[in-house]
Structures are given as structure tokens and as C-alpha cells.
Design a protein around this ligand. Structure first.
Ligand code: FAD
Ligand code: EGO
Length: 468
């Protein structure tokens, strides 16, 4: 396709910095359009590495992420290796497990293996002859004026390359974003939450899953939260969320046991006493950060996507899904603007910032809400109320979690709609309450209760005789 500048897409170099989930998917999107795609990844090729040490082992993939995969023909490949989670399973302190479905039959989230997803996407990107992977290339610095980037190699040497477009997919601690921070009118905020997270593996029992596999298992204990997602090898990956100062209080195997006995007793035999005592100390608790910024672009040269543009806390299961949706949104704008970067980039910022900021807020809201009020009773109650209202008024009231997880309603519109729904619900409640008061008054007026009135002095005597 020809466009301004006289260079066709075939002659243009698009550098994707970061070969993580969003970078690898983006490489497919740009390669499909015929650009010369160069992916630069600081790590070694994860397909060759023996053990991939990194963040969360599995992730919840939902509608937005699936849609993004389907546009590069990768949905089936990933979904077939995912484990459907049709319901949450709420674990109460007494060991009771209560399932609550996510919705109708087709509404489920998938537990997918992060490493496998990343590998499959890299392999898919490599299938395009115009896409090239450059592993062990750590971006050191780059110039917004010329598009020249400098990479550090493992042997200590450096390598440079100039690109027409630089796509920053280098995660929450983005090196690409550093150049944005030096510029005027760039907005940036970063918040570390007081919680950390730790991952523990729950092994299979007699060759089978230790708990029901097709569920997102949740142990809501206000400030202490644990979830477990199933893996293909019949293990579960449990993620414990708790404040860092609580992590610091637990220093011995016995402390771990005491803590689990108090909050997650049903998980002890499933993880195993010895495993728990050792695995708990294998890695320190990891931090979680929420990052918002804008704009997402510099001129017609550079754009941020995925965690480099918006790191969100993991309490909505949307970080990767939002990053994948970034790729769809950018791709659609590329069509609308005939691949003219000087038009595409500002439009992408205009369209995407409000939505990514909203999902960052919603994820933070879930964090605050869950740690403050949500025990297993409240969790079950809240989700049942949502279900009942949706059942009564299916078109009018759609739970926020459903809009976020199972639709492509823009995040900011989902939030607006939720506010509107809450107004409708409150007004409905007001009408019911008013009706009850009026109805009650009418009945009392019609059938006055036969009680004699008590003189006010007697009331005072009675009150004063009470010892308070
Ligand atoms: P990353 O995955 O961080 O990839 C960035 C890549 O850039 C890495 O490969 C890195 O090596 C590379 N890189 C970094 N710096 C450089 C450099 N200077 N030069 C070259 N390369 C560089 N999301 C969901 O949708 N569902 C979930 O259930 C979910 N659960 C989560 C649970 C936890 C505990 C956490 C922490 C996150 C979770 N997320 C989830 C969020 C998800 O992990 C991220 O949103 C997603 O990984 C973002 O992808 P990315 O490609 O933007 O960044
Ligand atoms: C009242 C009740 C208020 C991630 C329940 C808010 C998040 C929040 C971390 C779950 C599911 C995918 C997740 C639900 C709420 C992943 C998720 C939810 C967690 C923690 C998670 C739900 C990985 C919040 N989705 N979710 O409705 O099932 O409800 F518990 Cl700690």
C-alpha cells in the first residue's frame, strides 16, 4: 500500500522493542501488513531456555485477548491449550466450596500458560519472511528525532539500528518510555500497592487435579487473597496476595503453617506441608505497580503498547487482554488512516488512552474493594445480586465484570454504563422503599393497631431507669 512519503510499507522498518506477549503479537500484526519487522528482545530466545523464570506462570485469557489472537489466526491454537474456567469457586474459611458461573455456556475465561503463549506467538511471527527476531538485544537508548536505537549485546558490544516506526512493547519498566519522560506535556503516574504476590504450585493427587479444574479458585479473605488457576500438567498455580509487611512477619516454616492454618486451612493438604514450607521461601514476594501515562506516541515515530503504556494491578485479570486489544485498536486505525503514521499515532492516543486509563482504574478499584470488604460471604452475595438483577432485566443490567471480560465494549463505556446501571438500581430500590412505606402507612391507617398511648413522662421514667 502506498502512502505519503512515497515509501511503501515494504520499505518501512518497524522495530518492535520487547518480545513479550504484546510485542510478539504486534510483530504478527505489522508483518501481516508487509512492513520490515525487527523484534528486539533483551532476553535469550525463551523457546531455547530451559527454565523461564519470570512473572506469573498462567494467566486468564478472556474475550478481548481472544479477539486479538483471532485476527492473526492464532485463537484456536492458544484456546485449544487453554483450560476453560466456567465459574469461580469460592473457598470459605470452613473449607466449603461454592461455585458461581461466569455467565451463560459460552462465557468462560481460559487459564493459559504464559511461556507457551509467548513461544507460540514468537513462532507465528517468525513465519512471516519479513519479520526478524533479534534476541539478546537489550535496548539501551534511542532518539525520538532520528529513530536510531542502540542495543547492548551479551558480549558487551553495542549495535545500532534506525527504524521508521518504533513500537514500545518493553513492559512496565519500559526503556522506550524513558524518552517520553523527558518531554514536555507528557503525563505520567506510577503507584506501587502495599501488596506483594507469591506463587505456589499445587501438585496433582493420584494423577488427577487436586481440586476441580474448570474453575478460577478464589479464597477471599479481605487483605489476604489467594487464587488458583489450573495448568495442563494437572497442577494448579496458586497466587497469594498479601501486604509486604505481612510477608515480612513470616520468616520460618512454622510461621507459614500457622498463617495457612488461620486463613487457608483447606489448601494445606493440597499444596503439602513440606512443599509449602520450602516453596514459600523460594522467591521473595513480587511487587505490583500501576502505571498510567499519556500521550502514547511521539510524532510519527514511536508508540507505546501493552504494559509499557499501562501497567495495571492484576485484580481484574485484564493486563494482557488490554495489551492485546491495543493491537486490534491500532490495526483498525491503520486501516482508517491508510497506514500514515503521522495520522495513525495521534489518533491511537486519542482513542486508546481513555480506555486504558479506565482499566487501570477498574483494576485498582477491585484491589481496594476486595482487600477492604470482600470475604467469601460478601463475594458470593455480591455476585448473586449481580446475577439476579441481570436475570430480571437482562438488557438493562449487565454486571461490570461481564462487560469487561466477555465483551469488547470500550472500557470507558463499560464504566459509564455501570454508573448508569447503579443509578437505575438505586432508583428502583427507592421506588420499592417508598412503596413499602406508603403501603405500610396505608395499612396501618386502615387497621390502626389497638395500643393505648403512653404518656411521655412514663417514657422518660422508663428511659432514665435504664442503666447505660
Ligand atoms: P511483558 O510481558 O513485560 O514483556 C515485555 C518484554 O520486553 C519482555 O520480554 C522483556 O524481556 C522485554 N524488554 C524489557 N526491556 C527491554 C529492553 N530494554 N530491550 C529489549 N527488550 C526489553 N493479564 C491478564 O490478562 N490476565 C491475567 O490473569 C493476568 N494475571 C497476572 C498476574 C500477575 C501476578 C501479574 C504480575 C500480571 C498479570 N497479568 C495478567 C498482566 C500481564 O502479565 C501483562 O499485562 C502482560 O505480560 C503485558 O505484556 P507486555 O508484552 O506488554 O509486557
Ligand atoms: C465483590 C466481589 C467485588 C485476580 C468480587 C469485587 C477478579 C475480580 C486476582 C481474581 C474475577 C481473572 C482475579 C472476579 C469482586 C483473574 C477476577 C473478580 C482474584 C484476584 C481474576 C470474579 C485472574 C471481584 N479474573 N479475576 O468476579 O470472579 O471479582 F480474586 Cl485476588
Amino acid at each position: 500500500m502506498m502512502e505519503s512519503g512515497g515509501k511503501s510499507s515494504k520499505d518501512k522498518v518497524v522495530a518492535v522493542v520487547g518480545g513479550g506477549l504484546v510485542g510478539a503479537l504486534n510483530a504478527c500484526y505489522f508483518a501481516r501488513r508487509g512492513f520490515q519487522v525487527e523484534v528486539f528482545e533483551s532476553r535469550d530466545d525463551i523457546r531455547e531456555a530451559k527454565i523461564v523464570r519470570g512473572r506469573s506462570i498462567n494467566l486468564a485469557l478472556s474475550h478481548r485477548g481472544r479477539q486479538a489472537l483471532s485476527r492473526v489466526g492464532m485463537e484456536e491454537k492458544i484456546v485449544s491449550k487453554g483450560i476453560p474456567m466456567h465459574s469461580r469457586m469460592i473457598h470459605s474459611l470452613n473449607g466449603k466450596q461454592s461455585p458461581i458461573p461466569y455467565g451463560k455456556k459460552g462465557q468462560y475465561i481460559l487459564s493459559v500458560d504464559r511461556a507457551n503463549l509467548n513461544k507460540e506467538l514468537l513462532t507465528e511471527a517468525e513465519r512471516y519472511p519479513n519479520a526478524k527476531m533479534n534476541f539478546d538485544h537489550k535496548l539501551q537508548d534511542w532518539s525520538p528525532d532520528t529513530g536510531l536505537m542502540t542495543f547492548l549485546r551479551p558480549d558487551g558490544s553495542t549495535q545500532s539500528l534506525q527504524a521508521d516506526l518504533i513500537v514500545g512493547c518493553d513492559g512496565a519498566f519500559s526503556t522506550i518510555r524513558k524518552q517520553f519522560l523527558r518531554r514536555s506535556r507528557f503525563n505520567f503516574s506510577q503507584t506501587y500497592i502495599p501488596h506483594g504476590y507469591l506463587e505456589l504450585t499445587m501438585p496433582p493427587v493420584a494423577g488427577e487435579f487436586a481440586m476441580k479444574p474448570n474453575y478460577l479458585h478464589i479464597w477471599p479473605r479481605n487483605t489476604f487473597m489467594m487464587i488458583a488457576l489450573p495448568n495442563l500438567d494437572k497442577t494448579f498455580t496458586c497466587t497469594l496476595f498479601m501486604p509486604f509487611d505481612e510477608f515480612e512477619k513470616i520468616t520460618t516454616g512454622d510461621d507459614v503453617m500457622e498463617f495457612f492454618l488461620e486463613y487457608f486451612p483447606d489448601a494445606i493438604p493440597l499444596i503439602g506441608v513440606e512443599a509449602l514450607k520450602t516453596d514459600y521461601f523460594r522467591l521473595p514476594a513480587q511487587a505490583m505497580v500501576s502505571i498510567k501515562c499519556s500521550p502514547y506516541h511521539i510524532n510519527d515515530r514511536c508508540v507505546l503498547m501493552g504494559d509499557s503504556a499501562h501497567a495495571v494491578v492484576p485484580f481484574y485479570g485484564q493486563g494482557m487482554n488490554a495489551g492485546f486489544e491495543d493491537c486490534i485498536v491500532f490495526d483498525e486505525i491503520m486501516d482508517q488512516c491508510n497506514e500514515d503514521f503521522s495520522a495513525v499515532l495521534p489518533e491511537y492516543t486519542r482513542v486508546r488512552v481513555p480506555d486504558d486509563h479506565t482499566i487501570a482504574d477498574l483494576a485498582m478499584y477491585n484491589y481496594v474493594e476486595m482487600r477492604a470488604h470482600v470475604n467469601s460471604k460478601w463475594f458470593l452475595f455480591r455476585k448473586k445480586v449481580d446475577d439476579i438483577l441481570h436475570f430480571l432485566l437482562p438488557k438493562t443490567i449487565v454486571p461490570l465484570y461481564t462487560m469487561v471480560t466477555f465483551t469488547r465494549i470500550r472500557y470507558h463505556e463499560a464504566l459509564q454504563r455501570w454508573h448508569w446501571q447503579n443509578k437505575v438500581i438505586n432508583q428502583g430500590l427507592l421506588v420499592c422503599a417508598t412503596g413499602a412505606v406508603l403501603g405500610g402507612s396505608y395499612l396501618i391507617a386502615k387497621h390502626p393497631p389497638k395500643i393505648q398511648s403512653i404518656p411521655i413522662e412514663k417514657v422518660w421514667d422508663r428511659l432514665l431507669s435504664l442503666k447505660v
